[in-house]
Design a protein around this ligand. Structure first.
Ligand SMILES: Cc1cc2nc3c(=O)[nH]c(=O)nc-3n(C[C@H](O)[C@H](O)[C@H](O)COP(=O)(O)OP(=O)(O)OC[C@H]3O[C@@H](n4cnc5c(N)ncnc54)[C@H](O)[C@@H]3O)c2cc1C
Length: 682
């Protein structure tokens, strides 16, 4: 808030643009967050935390831009994370579990991983006794946990992890070691300075036999002093392009003893005599359970991050006036850049994708919930398909969010390159999501593997639910039957086009893979040779599922101006997917869509953009971002861009009145001697 800004051209432009919105924005906010009660509770929680952080006065430079050393950013992350954690405990909610008050993802604060990784792994992999011991300690805020899996030498290939937990029957304990340099745990959030405990993924060795990677709870620090426990070396991995408010860390273990009961024994047990037993009714890959949930939730984070980046860019584009349209009559006014087709087509396409990701996240959540309820009854029959489909949606959503946020940043010109625009941080935290919780290209392949497995059996009656739309035989040479341009606005036409592409690519990649094997290549060579096409097939499959989810969500809305706007946005998502980017050729290369039909699709996209531009501000306002949350000098709700940029820029420490370091030392040590080279003075 802060003092009311004086009326100016930018504020007027913003007010006018907001006034053109064709639907009640609050209805869309309710649609995004689920119910009016949730919207109100969420708003109240955000407000309380922002008051506690003293971040509501938007004339003040936010602390993350004022103090930018590694140490200061970490302390700021603790301050923010503690305020959010306290609020959750006091008011009994989970709004900050996945998104912090700054909208960045789960590990933006050193307290962020306790609930989502640490507690979740115990819930999924602990025995009933272990759950009743550890979960209350976590829920009451007495433990801050980390999830320590990745090592210096291995990330994606979990079986390659080298940390060991060797059972010693004499002391009834495990001895944890980092036997090699590459076994150093590297990357886990909160490991550097903040976590009291970690769920440590280590190779279980008992009776001289290696049983593979298992989870162990390891106390890391003395909770009073914060000092590492004996035999544990801990530190921070250093500055990163984002997430500097948390302490992604490293850890080494030198003969660290933990009680036998600290191995999570929900899926396998070690008895006091050292005998190892797997629980018979647990799926071999049941340990993936917590990962699946995290992936399902991450998809929602991607939607919010992309929407936040687009909200900033749309607001800036609404008030930024620059030049005029080619051939326009000069009347002295410059055009607000949102009106340039090259600008609004980018931003509205990304906005349609943010909504597509939101609906995909709901579908992913439903798929995960179904898996979880089966898992509770030890039914792991849907594990493989759940894993495949969530891998694909995660890879798709994070790719779109990272690319879209970066394009939104670029669409703001140099202003998007300012740290105080908030965009570089948003882009980089969206980019990190492409790597963490499964590197995307590894995940695409996991999704593709399931498709190759089912490709020869598409006529069978028991296809996994996500593949049922593919049922039947694929015949090459089909043509799209749409004859009039408006047919491309029909959901059934759009789904047919997406289905055709998906079936064709699945069938083709399977055919080429099999032919490669038949010609004498090993399956792994054949896979490697055809992997780019396999990934295209996986992407086509995911995009069909996403479009289906988008269409279903919009159809469920009651008839209203909001439904009309959302229907148009859904069509924009479908049609821009067909005509833009790398995917374009996968829709058209087989001649399924003719040149005339593609021209019709382009014309429909133009018409949709004309309809949607007046709603751009409303469609971004609906996400209910607070000014403090966006922390963007160019993306504030009131549109007062230039006043904010100058106010914040003047407050930067580098511009402070005490410029001894920059000007004094810089001038004395470098500039004057440079100017006075060879004894000559000006
Ligand atoms: C911000 C951030 C936070 C993190 N937080 C945590 C945390 O809390 N706890 C934790 O344990 N870890 C954490 N990580 C680590 C993260 O989980 C790993 O980085 C991730 O699993 C990828 O592993 P990697 O970095 O070793 O990449 P690699 O596996 O080395 O991948 C590098 C490249 O090789 C390719 N590649 C690898 N394997 C294959 C294959 N089989 N086929 C084809 N291509 C392949 C990949 O596609 C990629 O392009 C975090 C990472 C980041 C960036």
């Amino acid at each position: 808030m802060g003092p009311e800004p004086e009326e100016n051209a930018q504020i007027r432009l913003m007010r006018k643009a907001r006034g053109r919105t064709s639907f009640p924005v609050e209805d869309l906010t309710t649609f995004i967050y689920g119910s009016p009660e949730t919207v109100q509770k969420r708003r109240a929680a955000w407000h309380r935390v922002e008051l506690a952080l003293d971040s509501t006065d938007t004339t003040k430079l936010p602390p993350q831009y004022a103090k930018t050393s590694r140490e200061d950013l970490y302390l700021d992350g603790l301050r923010m994370g503690k305020a959010a954690w306290d609020d959750q405990l006091q008011h009994d909610h989970a709004f900050f579990e996945w998104l912090t008050p700054r909208y960045t993802a789960c590990n933006a604060s050193p307290f962020g991983l306790t609930a989502i990784f640490f507690a979740r792994t115990i819930e999924l992999m602990g025995s009933p006794e272990q759950k009743s011991k550890w979960l209350p300690l976590i829920q009451s805020g007495h433990i801050n946990g980390a999830y320590a899996q990745t090592e210096l030498g291995h990330g994606s290939f979990v079986r390659g992890l080298e940390t060991t937990a060797t059972f010693d029957p004499a002391s009834d304990s495990f001895v944890v070691n980092s036997p090699t340099l590459t076994s150093t745990k590297f990357w886990p959030g909160a490991l550097g300075f903040s976590a009291t405990h970690a769920v440590l993924m280590a190779k279980l060795i008992t009776r001289d036999k290696d049983h593979g990677v298992h989870p162990f709870i390891v106390p890391l620090r003395d909770p009073e002093t914060g000092k590492p426990m004996e035999g544990i070396e801990l530190g921070d991995v250093g500055p990163k392009p984002s997430y500097n408010q948390t302490d992604n860390g490293y850890a080494r273990f030198d003969n660290v003893s933990i009680p036998r009961s600290n191995m999570l024994m929900g899926h396998a047990t070690v008895s006091s005599d050292g005998s190892y037993q797997k629980r018979p009714d647990v799926h071999v890959k049941a340990a993936y359970g917590s990962m699946l949930r995290t992936r399902a939730k991450m998809i929602w984070i991607c939607a919010v991050q992309l929407a936040a980046a687009v909200a900033i860019a749309v607001r800036y584009s609404t008030v930024r006036q620059q030049g005029t349209l080619p051939y326009a009559e000069a009347d002295g006014t410059e055009t607000a850049i949102i009106h340039y087709r090259s600008q609004n087509s980018r931003l509205l396409t990304h906005l349609s994708r943010a909504y597509a990701i939101l609906f995909a996240s709901r579908r992913a959540n439903d798929i995960y919930q179904d898996f979880e309820s089966r898992q509770a009854t030890r039914d792991f029959s849907t594990m493989t398909e759940t894993h495949a489909v969530l891998s694909g949606i995660k890879a798709w959503a994070t790719t779109l969010a990272a690319d879209g946020a970066e394009d939104a940043r670029k669409s703001c010109g140099a202003a998007g390159y300012l740290a105080i625009s908030g965009l570089p941080e948003l882009v980089q935290s969206a980019t990190a999501l492409c790597t963490l919780e499964g590197e995307n290209y590894v995940l695409w392949q996991q999704a593709a593997r399931e498709l190759v497995k089912w490709a020869p059996k598409l006529s069978s009656n028991n296809l996994p639910s996500a593949l049922r739309y593919l049922a039947g035989k694929y015949t090459p040479g089909q043509k799209c039957t749409a004859t009039i341009p408006t047919a491309f606005l029909l959901p059934e036409t759009q789904l047919e086009i997406f289905k055709h592409r998906s079936r064709r690519l699945i069938s083709k990649s399977h055919r080429l893979f099999s032919a490669s094997v038949s010609s004498g290549d090993s399956p792994s060579q054949a896979w490697n040779n055809n992997v780019t096409l396999l990934i295209s097939a996986a992407r086509a499959h995911v995009e069909y599922l996403v479009l289906q989810a988008f269409i279903a969500s919009v159809s469920s809305m009651t008839t209203s101006p909001l439904k009309t706007t959302m229907t148009n946005l859904c069509s924009l998502f479908a049609l821009t997917t067909i005509i833009t980017g790398e995917a374009h050729c996968t829709f058209s290369e087989d001649g399924y869509l003719s040149e005339t039909q593609l021209d019709a699709v382009r014309a429909q996209v133009n018409a949709l953009l004309d309809t949607l531009v007046p709603d751009a501000v409303g469609l971004t306002d609906a996400w209910d971002f607070t000014d403090a949350g966006l922390a963007s000098a160019i993306g504030m709700r009131d549109g007062d861009v230039y006043a904010r940029v100058m106010a914040w820029t003047r407050q930067l420490p580098v511009n402070s009145s005490d410029q001894q370091v920059v000007v004094g030392r810089g001038w004395d040590e470098f500039i004057r001697p440079a100017l006075n080279r060879g004894g000559r003075k000006l």
